[in-house]
Ligand binder design. Structure first.
Ligand code: BDR
Ligand code: CA
Length: 316
């Protein structure tokens, strides 16, 4: 498929190993037409996120003029910062050190740039949000007409019917900026949620990461990141594989049939001292109001095969 005929996509991210893998997937997907990248503080601080994003674009051989736009350095309504460095390793990329990048950041702020992109092509642009939802929420608040012009927002976040990964109730992206998550889920445009409910059901086999790590070029680098990230994830979980959350969210855009979807009514808990950041989704009987579609099942083998195939394509 000609990339120009792929589905127009912008990714808001906080790389992060699984963000980096999601970017490599998006850039290798003929089904997608990646229009640019916005960054948000999350797994690591904003300067580190920006450094990692630029270096990963170089690794993928992305065009020099692909827009890269810096965004918010923390949550929209809190002074606290939550980082996920223990999960992503030193520097945020699984201990892998990529060469410095000469890429320049766009002059605009991510919030305004996202709005301009949405308004330029009403009803066509998908936004994949794979970090805390600070930028997206601020766009919804400041530019509601732009949010309404998006085709949809695909969110990696939340843990509705399984345990969280940052607290028992909350997943990292929602816990890092709960007010933003609530704003996007409740008042945003069409939202599809890819939460831990499915990312934990689509574990990537460590043998596949090792195979990638033995390859040349960017495939090998991606494999080494995954190997490091997977080892630490498996040490915590004791499971036979590990989730690659953000890559599954991008695959939900390129390959929506990998997932089973249910419509429902959702919100995010912001006040609870123990449950802050919890995604509360009501998928009960038809006839109730619905504001989201949530991924409830996944073709785990299909996802692992897609991830391996697309990353192997980076071997030189
Ligand atoms: C999410 O949090 C981060 O650790 C990952 O990059 C992913 O976006 C998973 O809970
Ligand atoms: Ca992320």
């Amino acid at each position: 498929m000609d990339r120009a005929h792929g589905s127009p996509l912008v990714i808001d991210c906080d790389p992060g190993v699984d963000d980096a893998i999601a970017l490599l997937m998006a850039l290798a997907a003929p089904e997608l037409d990646l229009r640019g990248l916005t960054t948000v503080a999350g797994n690591v601080s904003l300067p580190e996120v920006n450094r990692n994003a630029a270096r990963v674009l170089d690794l993928a051989g992305a065009p020099d003029d692909l827009p890269l736009v810096s965004g918010l350095d923390g949550p929209i309504a809190r002074t606290r910062r939550v980082r996920d460095e223990p999960v992503h390793g030193e520097g945020g990329l699984g201990g892998v050190h990529l060469p410095p990048s000469k890429r320049r950041f766009h002059d605009a702020h991510a919030v305004d740039w996202l709005a301009a992109q949405a308004l330029a092509e009403p009803g066509t642009l998908t936004l994949a949000a794979i970090g805390p939802l600070s930028n997206v929420a601020m766009m919804v608040r400041r530019h509601p007409e732009a949010a309404a012009a998006l085709r949809e927002v695909v969110v990696m976040g939340g843990a509705a019917f399984v345990q969280g990964n940052t607290t028992p109730a909350a997943e990292f992206n929602f816990f890092a900026d709960p007010e933003a998550a609530r704003l996007v889920v409740e008042s945003g445009p069409a939202v599809r949620i890819v939460g831990l409910d499915v990312t934990r059901a689509a574990l990537f086999p460590p043998q596949a990461a090792e195979r990638l790590a033995s390859m040349s070029g960017a495939a090998g680098v991606a494999g080494r990141m995954l190997d490091d990230y997977g080892r630490r994830a498996q040490a915590r979980s004791g499971l036979a594989g590990f989730p690659v959350h953000d890559a599954l969210a991008v695959s939900a855009v390129s390959h929506p049939r990998l997932l089973g979807w249910e419509a429902g009514q959702a919100t995010v808990e912001c006040a609870g001292t123990i449950t802050c950041g919890a995604l509360v989704a009501d998928l009960r009987s038809p006839g109730r109001p619905r504001n989201i579609r949530m991924a409830c099942s996944v073709d785990a083998e299909g996802f692992a095969a897609l991830l391996s195939e697309r990353l192997s394509g980076y071997a030189r």
